[in-house]
Structures are given as C-alpha cells and as structure tokens.
Design a binder for this molecule. Sequence first.
Ligand code: FAD
Length: 408
Amino acid sequence: MTERIVIVGAGQAGYQIAASLRQEGFEGTLTMIGDEPFLPYQRPPLSKAYLMGKADEYSLPIRPEAFYEANRVEVVRGERVTGIDRQARTLVTASGKSFAYDRLALATGSRARALPIEGADLDGVVSLRNLDDAHRLKRILDDAETLAVIGGGFIGLEVAASSKALGKSVTVIEALDRLMGRAVAPATSAFFAEFHKSLGNTVLTSTAVARIGGNGRVSHVELSDGRRIEADAVVIGVGASVNMELAADAGLSCGNGIAVDDFTFTSDPLIVAAGDCTEHPNRFAGGRFRLESVQNATDQGRIAAKSLVGQRVAYDSVPWFWSDQADVKLQMAGLPMGADNYVVRGDPAAKRFSVFHFAGDRLVCVDSMNRPGDHMLARRLIEAGVSPTREQVGDEGFDLKPLMPRRG
Ligand code: FAD
C-alpha cells in the first residue's frame, strides 16, 4: 500500500520537509496542512522589504504552485489541525476534516508573544508574525505619523528601520538595558542603539510600558515612569511563543518546544518535528535548545525528511541568523551562551565590523555588521571548533582565512 506522510504546518520547515522528501526519493502520498490561506512563504521580508513596499504577495512564496503540482504535494490551506489520534494515526481539523497518516511531521512554528497589558487590543496595535499581520501593519502605517515599537529585538528594530524609511516618527521602547540583549554582544547592542538614533529614531532602553492608551484607536503609550509617548500606531515585538499545544495534547514529550532527538524524532517514532516548534539537542548551545531561524527550519527540515525515509543523519548545523536594518546587515554565527569576552574587528564608525565572542579562549559566536566574509568564515571556524586568538582577531592585518578548515 502507498505510504502516507502528512506535514502539519505550511511554513519554512513544512516546505523543506516536503521538498526534501521528494529529493530523497519518497514516492508515497504527501499532504501538507496549513492554517494560513497561503502557500508556504518567506517571513523575513515581512518586517523589511514587504513593509517598505519593495516586495509583494507574489514575491513571498518560497515556491510557486507549479512546484507542488510537479512534486505531487497536496497543500491543504486554511485548515487548522486540532487533534492527533496517535492510536488511529489520524488528524482532525477545526472544520471537522480527518486525515490518515502512516508517518507525521510537525512543523507548527511559533507565534507572536502576546503582551498582556491594557490597550493591547486597541485599533492600530499589531504584532507581526504572518502575512495577514504584515498587511494590517501596512494599512495602519498608511494612516500613521508616529509609531511606537514595544520591544527592541530583531523584529521590532527591523520594523523601526523600515518605518523610518517610510517617513514615520519612531520610538523604540525596550525593557532590558540594551537592544537585542538576549542574542548579541553588548558592543553590537550599543552600535545599533546609536545607529537607530542616527536614523532619527528615539531609542528608550530600561523602559517599561504600563499601558497603551486611546479611545477605540491607539493614541499613546504610557510608560511605567509616567511618561507618555504619542503614537498613532503601535507594534508589539516582544518575542515568540512556541506552537506545541497540538503535540502536547497528543501526549508527545515537550519542554521549551516539542522534544526531538538528533534525528528529529519526537517521543513517538512515527512522528518527527522541525523548525521553530522544536526543542532539540544542540551542541553549539551546550544542551537542548529552541531556535527561531530560517537556518534551523531549513536544516532541520532536511534532516526530518532523511529520517522519514530511513536514513540516520544527525542534525548538527552551526546556528546562524541575519537581520537587515536600513543599510546595515547584521549576520550572526554561533550562539552567545557562555561568552565571557569579545574582540571587535573592523571599523564600527564605517558600519563595517564584527564582534567575535569567546568563552575563555574558545570562539563561540560572531556578530558581523556589513562584513559577510567574516560571517562565512565564522560559520566554518565555529563548526570545526577552530578558535583564532584574541590578538589575531584584533589585528585587521592578520588574515584569518588560512585558519579555516578545508572542506573535504
Ligand atoms: P513558520 O514559518 O512559522 O510556519 C509554521 C506554520 O504552521 C505557520 O503557517 C502556522 O500558522 C502553521 N500552523 C501552526 N499550527 C498549526 C496547526 N495546528 N494546523 C495547521 N497549521 C498550523 N529568521 C531569520 O533567520 N532571519 C530573519 O531575518 C528573520 N526575520 C523574520 C521576520 C519576521 C517578521 C518573522 C515573523 C520571522 C523572521 N524570522 C527570521 C524567523 C523565521 O521566519 C522563522 O524562524 C521560520 O519561519 C520558522 O519556520 P517554521 O516552519 O518553523 O515556522
């Protein structure tokens, strides 16, 4: 009998699992079920090119409809899977449809974290996770002059830079003492704080929001210290929550995400999971970890497909990420856990430099600003566990490339 694989979630990882399954020679029936009304699309442009009108709905899909037809992937759109019966090997959706599977892949991603404060439900207040959100934000910005961005993480700062380019007056409000504080070095945070100020944005760190005010429609944000920030649009960018309820309700082990092993198997050997929704062993994090990145969704999706066709290949990719803010491309390689010292290479004033983080003498993570060569080098060094010395990194005249291990 033909084998049936069903993928829940039609995003970056869901797409990758489907595409890789066919590349790996899977000949059975392949169905991908997504709750959004779209084919899998790229989320990164939503806070960047799409918001600025440089990309549209037609440029966002990862692959066109013809790809799914040619690869015999049935994409079921606009259906939310609400239950998994692992005994019967069936799924049920919110509209009451039922799907049978032999093996199942979960790629349910994450969602924008809600901010439980007064006024978060006013018109003109939005968070950004999907194309519908981005569309709404664009419409809101059309009628807005002042924007408050709550949260100085990647998405908040990208929205701030894009909105500035659209001529808005922008205030970024961050509760921690520095921007992107959980992901980048203090030197990188400091650079971006100055950079946003140079764009004309107001940046408030160590600043908490008390409530969002307005009469039906947002008019201002009230800070905990009583200050009032005028805003006719508000973007909430305070991180993401993992979509793991479906897995947890089905009795699969979950931690800070759906628990998977090196091969992306969940606690049920017939079910794999990949992407933002997984908590997986990650040697670069020094333990189990959950990543939210295109890199992770793509690489883990490939491994999940291999596992589904019976190969034994472990997920072992160096984490990497990027963030485009105006004319600065930030690229990160590795993870900052355990970093206790860092060295700057290049020229922050010229907006071209990298911050190399070390845990003792071991290179663990590099933030590169408009230095793609450093980023690619860092990925190779960290993957191979090769660390330059602090002196070598600090000396621009020292060529780091020969340290790079040869690919064999
Ligand atoms: P998703 O792409 O979120 O896909 C999951 C899909 O599953 C969603 O469509 C969801 O609605 C659906 N789903 C969930 N539950 C169900 C269910 N029960 N039934 C049916 N469908 C369901 N990463 C980078 O590396 N670089 C960037 O610059 C970058 N910028 C970003 C900018 C924005 C605005 C956002 C939102 C994200 C950005 N990311 C970036 C993160 C990146 O997009 C995600 O890490 C990536 O999309 C994760 O892929 P995924 O398939 O795991 O999840």
